[in-house]
Design a protein around this ligand. Structure first.
Ligand code: NAP
Length: 311
C-alpha cells in the first residue's frame, strides 16, 4: 500500500485523519509521522504542518508534499526540502472561512463594534456617528486565493475596494495596486486595511510604523495573515497616538499569545486565536486526496509553492 505520512494535529489526530481519508482515498495507508513501523522507502506522500527541517528529505521515494495550512512559511525555512511538488492547502472550506472572517472583521471595524463593546461595559448610551459604506475605503494586501475571495465577500456592502499584490492584477470593481511603488498610494486610500499576505523575507514586518503612518488618520487594521508581518509595538504606538482607530488580530509573533502581552487588554484591539480560516480534517483530507489523485493522473496541481518566490 502507498503510505501517506501525516504530521498535523499531533499523534492523537491520526485516527481522525484515517477516518477522513478512508472516505475519499481508502487505498492510502495513512500513518503518523513518528510511527516507528513505517518503512521510509514506502512513503510516497506527506501531509505536514511544521515538520522538522531536513526530515522530508529522508524519504527517498517521496513524490508529493501537501501543506496542512494555506501558508508554507512553516516549510520555507527548511534548507533541505526534497525536490518534489509542494502544494499549499486550498480547500474551498478554507476560502469560505476566510471570507467570513474578513467580512466580520471589516463590518466590526466599520460599525465601531469595539467602541460599543467598551460603552456597554461602562453602561454608556452613545450612538457614535460613523460614515456609510461608500465613504469607508477597504484595501486588501495580498490578492491570492484568500485576498481575492475576501474582496468578493466585501463587494455587496458597497465599500470602495482596493488591493495590493506583487504582480499587477485586474479584479472587477477593485482598484488594484502592485509592487513597492504601489504600496504608499495604496495605503493612502485605505480606511480599513486587511492583510492577507504570505510570510516571506519581503513581507515580514511590513505592518510597521511607516505603513501605519501612510494610512489615513483614523484607519483600522486587520491581520489574518501571519504574526511575523506585524510589528506589535508599532501597532500599539499607532493606536495609542490616535493615528489608528482599532485593529482585529488573528495571528501573532508568539502563539499562543503570552498572557502578559499588552495586546490582550488594549481597548481598541480584538483578538482571535489563529482561527480565521482553519477547515476541519475531513475538508483538508478531501483536498489532499484530490491533489494526490491529480498528481497520479499527471494533471496540473493547484496552489504550488514556488521556493524562489517564497510562497
Ligand atoms: N489566519 C489564518 O487562519 C490563515 C489561514 C490561511 C492562510 N493564512 C495566511 O494567508 C496567506 C495568504 O494565503 P493565500 O492562499 O491567499 O496566498 P496566495 O494565493 O499565495 O496569495 C498571496 C498574495 O500575496 C501577494 N504577495 C506575496 N508577496 C508579496 C509582496 N512582497 N508584495 C506584494 N504582494 C505580495 C501575492 O502577489 P502575486 O499575486 O503577485 O503573486 C498574492 O497576491 C497565507 O500565506 C497565510 O500566511 C492565514
Amino acid at each position: 500500500m502507498t503510505i501517506l505520512l501525516v504530521k498535523s494535529g499531533g499523534p492523537g489526530a491520526i485516527e481522525e485523519w484515517r477516518a477522513a481519508f478512508a472516505t475519499v482515498r481508502p487505498d492510502l495507508d495513512v500513518r503518523w509521522w513518528d510511527d516507528p513501523s513505517v518503512d521510509p522507502l514506502a512513503v510516497r506522500y506527506a501531509l505536514v504542518w511544521a515538520p522538522e527541517p531536513g526530515r522530508l528529505k529522508t524519504y527517498p521515494n517521496l513524490r508529493l508534499v501537501i501543506s496542512s495550512g494555506a501558508g508554507v512559511d512553516h516549510l520555507a525555512g527548511d534548507t533541505m526540502l526534497p525536490d518534489v511538488p509542494i502544494v499549499r492547502l486550498g480547500a474551498p472550506e478554507a476560502v469560505w472561512r476566510m471570507r467570513e472572517y474578513v467580512a466580520l472583521s471589516v463590518l466590526h471595524l466599520h460599525r465601531l463594534w469595539h467602541r460599543f463593546a467598551a460603552n456597554q461595559r461602562a453602561r454608556v448610551w452613545d450612538e457614535l456617528p460613523n460614515p456609510e459604506a461608500p465613504e469607508r475605503r477597504v484595501g486588501v494586501m495580498g490578492l491570492g486565493q484568500l485576498g481575492a475571495a475576501a474582496l468578493d465577500a466585501l463587494r455587496p456592502f458597497g465599500f470602495p475596494l482596493s488591493g495590493w499584490s506583487r504582480s499587477p492584477k485586474a479584479l472587477p470593481g477593485v482598484r488594484c495596486f502592485a509592487d513597492m511603488r504601489g504600496l504608499k498610494p495604496f495605503l493612502a486610500q485605505c480606511d480599513i486595511l486587511v492583510c492577507l499576505l504570505p510570510a516571506t523575507p519581503e513581507t515580514n514586518g511590513i505592518l510597521n510604523a511607516e505603513t501605519f503612518a501612510a494610512l489615513p488618520r483614523g484607519a483600522s487594521v486587520v491581520n489574518a495573515a501571519r504574526g511575523s508581518l506585524l510589528v506589535e509595538a508599532d501597532l500599539l504606538a499607532a493606536l495609542d497616538s490616535g493615528h489608528l482607530e482599532a485593529a482585529v488580530l488573528d495571528v501573532f509573533e508568539t502563539e499562543p499569545l503570552p498572557p502578559d502581552s499588552p495586546l490582550w487588554l488594549h481597548p481598541c484591539i480584538t483578538i482571535t486565536p489563529h482561527v480565521a480560516s482553519f477547515p476541519g480534517r475531513p475538508a483538508r483530507a478531501r483536498f489532499a486526496a484530490e491533489v494526490i489523485t491529480a498528481f497520479e493522473a499527471g494533471r496540473a496541481l493547484p496552489n504550488l509553492f514556488d521556493p524562489k518566490r517564497g510562497y
